[in-house]
Design a protein around this ligand. Structure first.
Ligand SMILES: [Zn+2]
Ligand SMILES: [Zn+2]
Length: 368
């Protein structure tokens, strides 16, 4: 079968892949659609140091084709979203409904594939850029048959990462105010989750002014150009301490939450400076490596501002993915609109190109 393989020098569409059968507690999923996420491109660049060859893709949906012994949560023929969280299901974190903190969910690698007969690695415990993959049953989340695969696949990563940061990592209260810094596939989902949570002010920031219409259509109440040198003052103009007074004592005024999808030092410092007393920056972006930032102590110790990290939206697959699908079916959450273009598997490089050109929320590969 065909797939997009990290060769050690980049990503290539190759034929000659095979996947092994489902073992105990595993399922084979026939992939129908897969979103192209930045992490796949980062992996293809070699920046993760992932072993090669490896089948890329970690945002997918499809149909269960085979189940191993002991699998009870899905049956052959079920439509499923593939989650990358290969959680153990038994540790303290899993018991608390926080599998993004399960020690089994990072760094697991396996070789369930062969490429021209030789062992081939998986990626992010998912490998959905191919016709069939094998995952643990706990990673297969059943969805209703009427949800299009092209929309459902995005729930596998980008949707949960953005929406989950709002819904499951932070307790946004009705009427609170927020900034979403970065309006790509992840940021748009943070924006619409803030709309679901009834935030009163949702300020979108992006360096690409073309993102304004898209951001507003997902629920942003305001849009600011991230290239502006006075971006902090612009936010405070929208959410001032009091009319005509941008900042009160120790920077009072500003927003309750900033979702930092960019995660660069200058952005994170701006984010901190946009906060009201008691506000929090939630770091969503993944700069990787040993990237660092430097922040002053005073906002933390005098004004109870905070910075918290968020991995993959801090979601629990079997609780929260169906919740998003339910919101979608009730017309309260936009998934179809996130799909800006579809491509065949062979169109992977076009999808990446379009993504870099901007204006694309999500390119989706369609397999059939
Ligand atoms: Zn991703
Ligand atoms: Zn666990």
């Amino acid at each position: 079968m065909k797939g997009i393989v990290y060769t050690g020098e980049g990503a290539e569409v190759l034929d000659g892949l095979e996947v092994r059968d489902a073992g105990p507690g595993e399922v084979v999923v026939r992939i129908m659609a897969a979103g192209v996420c930045h992490s796949d491109i980062t992996a293809a660049s070699g920046a993760f140091g992932w072993p090669a060859p490896a089948v890329l893709g970690h945002e997918g949906a499809g149909i269960v084709e085979q189940i191993g012994t002991g699998v009870t949560n899905v049956a052959v023929g079920d439509h499923v979203i593939v989650s990358t969280l290969q959680a153990c299901g038994m540790c303290k974190a899993c018991g608390a409904g926080k599998p993004t903190r399960c020690r089994s969910t990072l760094g697991n690698m396996a070789q369930p594939f062969t490429l021209d007969g030789d062992p081939c690695w998986n990626f992010a415990a998912a490998s959905v850029f191919t016709e069939r993959t094998v995952v643990r049953a706990i990673q297969a989340v059943k969805i209703p048959d009427d949800v299009p695969f092209t929309s459902a696949c995005l729930v596998g990563c980008g949707v949960m990462t953005g929406a989950g940061a709002v819904l499951y990592r932070s307790n946004v209260e009705v009427g609170q105010t927020a900034v979403v810094y970065g309006c790509g596939g992840v940021g748009l989902n943070a924006i619409q989750a803030l709309r679901v949570r009834r935030a009163s002010r949702i300020i979108a920031i992006d360096v690409d002014p073309q993102k304004e219409a898209l951001a507003r259509s997902f629920g942003a109440t305001d849009f600011l150009d991230g290239r502006a040198a006075d971006i902090v003052d612009q936010v405070r103009t929208l959410v001032p301490y009091k009319p005509g007074e941008l900042s009160g004592p120790f920077g009072a005024g500003g927003v309750d939450w900033v979702y930092d999808v960019v995660a660069r030092p200058e952005v994170t410092l701006n984010a901190l400076n946009m906060l009201d007393w008691g506000g929090n920056v939630v770091i969503i972006g993944t700069p990787g490596g040993d990237a660092k930032f430097e922040l002053p102590y005073q906002p933390f110790t005098q004004n109870e501002r905070g910075v918290i990290g968020c991995r993959a939206g801090s979601y629990s697959p079997h609780t929260h993915m169906p919740q998003i699908i339910d919101l979608y079916r009730r017309g309260e959450f936009m998934l179809d609109e996130l799909v800006s273009a579809t491509y065949p598997l062979e169109g992977f490089h076009d999808a990446v190109h379009d993504m870099h050109e901007g204006g694309v929320a999500r390119g989706v590969l369609v397999l059939d």
